[in-house]
Ligand binder design. Structure first.
Ligand SMILES: [Mg+2]
Length: 215
């Protein structure tokens, strides 16, 4: 095995523990971060008149992602988006490129910021007190926790256990926080050793997982 293949495999070898789950579980919920997980570029500050295809590189990659999403949903599994971005913006981008959102659609729901200030302050003061987070002011750390509250909501709503959630995010704090809170099947999208990031990485990861789960 040459070095580049070995390096590549190092980034993608975190699936062995999914095998047992694949044999036992009937319903999975796939949860995707949006920016730099489903995209190649960040949608932050993206001009609404621009061609959104650029965010995903090209139409072929969008079609491939859509095909994987369709296979997931047709097999009886569910897809949610868990993003720091404005729900409204992500919804606009996804519907523009042909991803339908709603009950029994390709994506069931987008969980994220309902208003701009939530992007910077994910919790209210009373929530910070309630969760014992009053000492934390770093919004990146707080967003890692906010995303876990979304994952908990999904678990409750879908009546599944945390390991049945497959969570994908490009920020390591989000992945580590999810894992610490019981979401063991959380995957970091992108890696230094493979040199592959964002949607390119996600497409490879999904291909592996869908094959493993025979979806
Ligand atoms: Mg992201």
């Amino acid at each position: 095995m040459d070095d580049s293949i070995r390096m590549f495999n190092k980034s993608f070898n975190d699936l062995h523990f999914l095998q047992t789950l694949a044999n036992n579980v009937k319903k999975y919920v796939f949860v995707f971060d949006f920016d730099l997980t489903m995209t190649i570029k960040s949608s932050d500050g993206w001009n609404k008149n621009k061609n959104f295809i650029e965010l995903f590189d090209n139409e072929e990659k969008i079609e491939k992602l859509k095909m994987y999403f369709e296979r997931i949903v047709k097999s009886g599994h569910i897809i949610y988006i868990n993003t720091r971005a404005l729900i409204h913006d992500v919804k606009h981008i996804l519907t523009t490129i042909g991803f339908e959102i709603g009950e029994n659609k390709l994506i069931k729901e987008i969980m994220g910021s309902e208003q701009v200030h939530v992007i910077y302050y994910p919790f209210t003061i009373s929530e910070l007190n309630h969760y014992g987070l009053s000492d934390i002011s770093n919004s990146t750390v707080l967003w890692g926790l906010k995303k876990v509250t979304f994952l908990n909501k999904i678990v409750e709503r879908e009546q599944i256990s945390a390991p049945n959630v497959l969570f994908f995010d490009d920020i390591d704090i989000n992945i580590n926080t999810a894992k610490l809170n019981g979401f063991s099947n959380s995957f970091l999208i992108g890696s230094n050793d493979s040199g592959i990031y964002g949607l390119d990485y996600l497409l490879i990861k999904l291909e592996q997982i869908l094959q493993l789960f025979e979806i």
